[in-house]
Design a protein around this ligand. Structure first.
Ligand code: URP
Ligand code: ZN
Ligand code: ZN
Length: 459
């Protein structure tokens, strides 16, 4: 028990992970915070002990790219904040950053109010919001200080999707306007005009199936947009963040810009590290399960991105979780691939998929895994050292990881509220034994405890 008489949670015998190394130590949580890290912590009366022998102990993982309860036309994503965050904690994620999205003609404040209404009181893990700016004007610019006061330090802009995209001049002005606040802009890098043209060409050729999706969004469409964003960042003299990077060609643009002194952060996602475009050739309409933007790429792109992850060229791995049911949602595009709602699920499986496919075979150090899933997103999105590190005084968000535990990913047993998973049949080695959110045990071995402990992260 602590000096104040608070009952502690003591995590004993684990290997604490940070990007700089492993330490054998015990952790004491007093509920909200980590209060002690010692070689051995003797439990007092009433304290709860969790044995982490044989386990890694990570700062809770952060997923910096999710779309929960998101409307797109007449559709709404299959996962809302209740189901999505429950799935997240079951996989070891203790904080998500979701995209509040401005309506065309609407205000940022209204969008933020709407996202709080969707999320507050429902989240099993902690949550913060990026603000997606879809309609830039002077009134919106005047709202920026209020966004920072309300805890939003990161923003998003789209270079594609007619309903969401901003033009280059607007992008430049958004970057310049965020600069005095130190805000960071994540950008969906695809040339939207080219996508529209290439989609129309596929349809003229009579190609209406899911396999036309990657053809309409080739690597050049991403790389050109990454290049343009980097130059806009250079002009504005401010960092830029490329979200869901999927191609070697795009990666080469990131490298080139960095060589020129542009500060470019790059995010990729498990789907671009583990699956390739052959999935679009699946029989029948199965390929629709992988219709997301950017699309899955060639095996060479997958290898290039994996090498970049291992080499430290990629800053974060997030999911871009945006789930639509195969039946009743994806199948709206059965006659026309451009009507298939874009996005796929992954919020539950990201740590297991990356650990199994990269850490377990020795391609990625466990310390780098910690950097990519915890420390870097915390730093990039203004949450460090409150989150992203195991330190006295940091939030008690902790993921105890059993590196030997085995399971098989299947939609039949997943927590995600969607009728498929792109990782169906994926054999996992390494999964979370126990997940603490603000000192509350939220999940054990992939099952939720039912405690809804997530709080809003005002950054
Ligand atoms: O296909 C995707 N990724 N849908 C979600 C929205 C986005 O582009 O990030
Ligand atoms: Zn995007
Ligand atoms: Zn997204």
């Amino acid at each position: 028990m602590s000096k104040e008489g608070i009952r502690l949670i003591i995590i004993q015998n684990g290997q604490l992970v940070s990007p700089s190394g492993l330490t054998r130590a015990d952790l004491a949580l007093d509920g909200g915070r980590i209060v002690a890290i010692e070689p051995h912590i003797e439990p007092g009366e009433g304290d709860t002990v969790h044995d982490a022998a044989g386990c890694y102990v990570f700062p809770g993982f952060i997923d910096g790219h999710t779309h929960l309860d998101m409307e797109s036309g007449s559709l709404v994503t299959a996962d809302d904040f209740t189901t999505g965050t429950r799935a997240a904690v079951c996989g070891g994620t203790t904080t998500i950053v979701d995209f509040a999205t401005q309506d065309k003609g609407g205000t940022l404040n209204d969008a933020l109010d709407a996202w709080h209404k969707k999320a507050d009181g429902k989240c099993s893990c902690n949550y913060a919001f990026h603000m997606a700016i879809t309609d830039w004007n002077d009134q919106v610019k005047a709202e920026l200080p209020e966004m920072f006061r309300r805890g939003v330090t990161s923003f998003k802009a789209y270079m594609a999707y007619d309903a969401l995209k901003v033009n280059d001049a607007e992008l430049l002005e958004i970057l310049q306007s965020l600069k005095p606040f130190g805000g960071i802009l994540g950008v969906h890098c695809e040339n939207g005009l080219l996508v529209n043209e290439l989609q129309a060409r596929q349809k003229e050729l009579g190609h209406f199936g899911p396999d036309a999706h990657p053809v309409s969004r080739p690597a050049e469409v991403e790389a050109e947009a990454v290049n343009r964003l980097c130059y806009l960042g250079k002009l504005a003299d401010t960092p830029v963040h490329v979200v869901h990077l999927s191609t070697e060609l795009g990666l080469e643009e990131v490298r080139a810009a960095r060589k020129k002194g542009v500060k470019v952060y790059a995010e990729t996602c498990p789907q671009y590290l583990t699956m390739d475009e052959s999935r679009y050739k699946a029989p029948g309409f199965e390929g629709a399960k992988y219709v997301m933007s950017p699309p899955l790429r060639t095996p060479a792109d997958v290898q290039a991105l994996r090498k970049a992850v291992a080499a430290g060229e990629i800053d974060t791995i997030a999911t871009d979780h945006c789930s639509y049911n195969f039946k009743g949602q994806k199948d709206l595009g059965i006659e026309d691939f451009t009507r298939i709602p874009n996005g796929g699920p992954g919020i539950e499986h990201r740590p297991m998929v990356v650990y199994t496919s990269m850490v377990q075979p020795g391609e990625l150090a466990v310390t780098d895994f910690c950097r990519l899933l915890a420390e870097n997103p915390a730093k990039l999105f203004g949450m460090y050292p409150r989150k992203g590190v195991l330190a006295v005084g940091s939030d008690a968000d902790v993921t105890v990881w059993d590196p030997e535990a085995k399971t098989v990913i299947t939609a039949a047993r997943q927590q995600q509220n969607v009728d498929y998973t792109p990782y169906e049949g994926f054999a996992v080695t390494g999964m979370p034994k126990a997940v603490f959110v603000g000192g509350v045990l939220a999940a054990e071995y992939g099952q939720p405890t039912g405690l809804v402990a997530g709080t809003y992260v005002k950054r």
